[in-house]
Design a protein around this ligand. Sequence first.
Ligand code: SF4
Length: 464
Amino acid sequence: MGSTYRMFRLRAEETPPLFPQPGPFLPKVSKPGLARLILKEALGYNRKLLGSAHREALLSRPCIYGVFSGPFGGFSPRVEKCTGCMRCVQEHPEVCSVVRNPAFAEQGDSYWTPTAATGSTPLSTVLYEAHTGKVPVRGMGYKGAFRGEGWDAMWTDMSEIVRPTRDGVYGREYISTSVDIGRRASHLEFDASGDLITSSRTVEIPIPIIFDALPEQVSNADITESIRTAAGNVGTLFVGRYVQKEARCIALAGDLDSVRAAQRCAAIELEDAALLQEARKLFSGPLGVRLPTKEGFVERAVELSRTADFLHLCADYHGRTFESTERHLKDALLDVHQRLVQEGIRNEVTLIASGGIILAEHIPKALLCGADAVALDTALLVALQARFLGECRFPERSAIQRHRIPVEWGTRRILNLMTSWHHQLIEMMSAMGVREARRLRGNVGRALFADELEREAFGDIQGY
Ligand code: SF4
């Protein structure tokens, strides 16, 4: 009997917010204006509308999203349902107006609720995904800028979108999102007696996403436990400092005692690269190094890649390097990846990227720039309705309002987020004509970079 082949699937389950969740828009209705409108519609079109059978429909006008469908209709609008479609304003400008809700922006920071955002923000997107597990779809057309900063300065090449066999989530052809963490052997090795020595040290995960360790001030026991349980349910790994006997844990180790204590973990991530040689004597699994994007990190990455099994390249929570706020994680990744290719050692080491990866589309973009997998941080906090206290940019200086949450609820919210992101990843890979997440790594032929395109188009024009 051969082994049974199973497609990787995650199951979403509606998990409503635990705490009041202000929406991004605040619809305002003039009550005398609304009364006049309802009377005019009822008397002007058909008096039957005033009867109880039609009252609900009459009062719920003109919103199709249920903002005016409460017991008192538009006199007490259910503002949290507003999607900002502006239909009410267009149809009845004398009665309705819609403004941004300041309470909404207070839940995140400038990275999560950019002021330039015209429609949905990363905050509203992730909250929706964690609630429903569905892919957010908007049919209103995009009226924002053509390009932006950071991840918005690159696009994925969707030119393969018409291939019938690569039909995304509902396709007939399986698209694999599995990747490996660790070192792959570049050649076969044999011992003195001629037996094959296995020199690969890898752990396979079903999606190119792991969960990063969160500093104490942006976490608590419930958040940690929710992340740990969700990682187990998804089948992926989480980075953790205090949970070192977990088969799904990448133990974050700052000294050799922590390495000794983490023998049953899937992998170990060293905070101090100087421990690498000694740690290798103590641990036989994948051994990596956490590498903040500080000055000289590209050279450091090349040097460490000769001994470490994986490197975890960390940017700040806004996706900028610690070396310079001008430099984005995607550029840092491209630099490291290309240097490793030049040195001929790219296939031996795994590159994990973290910092500012907050939307599903950031994952294939990070992979195209050279990452094998990404680690999530503030996206998990937003899914768990954590409220930021000020700007959450530098991990050690960030803070959230900590509250107790049921672990089951937290686990479901993260699972929903992963379900939605897995579907979106498959859709994007399908459109790019790529069947395996492993083949996305460094595949810049499937990426379009705004700077390059602008230089090509406007190269001769002064200023470019
Ligand atoms: S903006 Fe759209 S969703 Fe919001 S109240 Fe008006 S019609 Fe409803």
